[in-house]
Ligand binder design. Structure first.
Ligand SMILES: [Fe+2]
Ligand SMILES: [Fe+2]
Length: 356
């Protein structure tokens, strides 16, 4: 784990900004011994910019993104690029996407974007693509192969035949627990593209995949789920070092399936509850997910935050800097073959806290 991006040293760097105690930004360091050279990138996700009327937008969501952009611009050394992990908009309208794009345009340096369901289901990604380009693509950077997938597609029948208006379709997919929603999937066409894309990549090249929904199955009722996750995982299985980084869940999760390390990133907008806090719900929460004390209604930014991810030798280690919660480090432990929370080994809540 590098010390270069300790929270304290970053805060010193960013000391000229008024409110820097919580950074809803993910700082990621890739530290592969070979063949890559070390570098960092920042990760911002799930801004959910929401239009009210006229020129009015939900202020709290605006502030989350504005702040992340400002803090990312202050990071030293400079991140090589910035990822935005999807759900830039709340209901996928042009007004929301334009407003979000305007804020993201203030980022210094290269921006890559992932499609979220809140960006997609109004016009099926048309305007988003005009602003940000293709919905799935790959690129190589300093010896690492990066892949961006649109994982929030669903059945054609649900998309095209079920709803009287595009706005209704968007509303149905936007709810967390709406039974009228439909499972997310990468889909045949994109999986075939991924298979071909990976053909040209050496098996010892580190691979980092970005998706919006988890490429693993956690809880279907809330679409913390990708229906063809196993088929995507099978395409990634031949590679020695694979990391999947996803947004959408607005909470900290990590997991290990075979050679694939999974890590979620925090939202700049709000936290979702943990499925395991809903006793009636069947769920497949990764066992090692970190219980986080959240969300305290007295702190509008509770359960948001940022983390530095160090992918030393191809296995991710995350230093979580949680707003109103103590910092944690979760790193791959080769002795047990999966990520381990350095401090907290059980799922019990910390003393004197009774809520997630
Ligand atoms: Fe989201
Ligand atoms: Fe989402």
């Amino acid at each position: 784990m590098s010390n270069n991006y300790s929270r304290r040293s970053f805060l010193r760097t960013a000391g000229s900004v008024a409110a820097v105690s919580a950074l809803p930004v993910t700082m990621i360091e890739l530290a592969f011994a070979k063949p890559a050279e070390n570098f960092t990138f920042a990760y911002i996700s799930d801004a959910h910019i929401q239009h009210i009327r006229g020129t009015k937008f939900v202020n709290n969501w605006d502030r989350g993104l504005i702040r992340a952009v400002a803090e990312t611009n202050l990071m030293m050394p400079r991140p090589d690029f910035v990822m935005f992990g999807g759900d830039l908009a709340q209901l996928g309208t042009r007004a929301e996407l334009d407003h979000g794009a305007e804020m993201l345009a203030r980022l210094n340096g290269k921006l890559y974007c992932v499609m979220g369901e809140h960006d997609y289901y109004d016009d099926l990604g048309e305007y988003w693509s005009k602003l940000f380009g293709p919905q799935h693509y790959s690129f190589d950077h300093k010896g690492v192969h990066f892949v961006v997938l649109n994982s929030i597609l669903t059945f054609d029948d649900w998309t095209h035949n079920r709803w009287p208006t595009p706005q209704q379709r968007m509303l149905e997919m936007a709810g967390l627990d709406n039974p009228n929603g439909s499972p997310f999937m990468v889909g045949d066409k994109q999986r075939e593209w991924l298979r071909k894309d990976l053909e040209k990549v050496e098996k010892d090249t580190p691979v980092v995949v970005f998706s919006h929904s988890p490429l693993q199955k956690i809880y279907k009722g809330w679409n913390f789920w990708t229906d063809d996750a196993e088929q995507v995982q099978a395409l990634l299985a031949p590679f020695d070092k694979v990391n999947v980084i996803y947004g959408h869940v607005h909470q900290i999760q990590y997991n290990q399936i075979g050679n694939i390390s999974f890590n979620s990133v925090m939202a700049t907008a709000w936290p979702w509850p943990y499925p395991q806090s809903y006793a009636q719900a069947e769920q497949f929460m990764p066992k090692l997910t970190i219980p986080m004390n959240r969300a305290d209604p007295f702190f509008e930014r509770d359960a948001t935050g940022w983390q530095m991810v160090d992918v030393n030798t191809g296995r991710v280690g995350l230093a979580y800097n949680l707003y109103n919660n103590k910092s944690r480090t979760v790193a791959f432990d080769p002795k047990v073959g999966h990520p381990v929370d350095k401090e907290l080994q059980s799922v019990a809540l910390e003393p004197n806290r009774t809520h997630y």
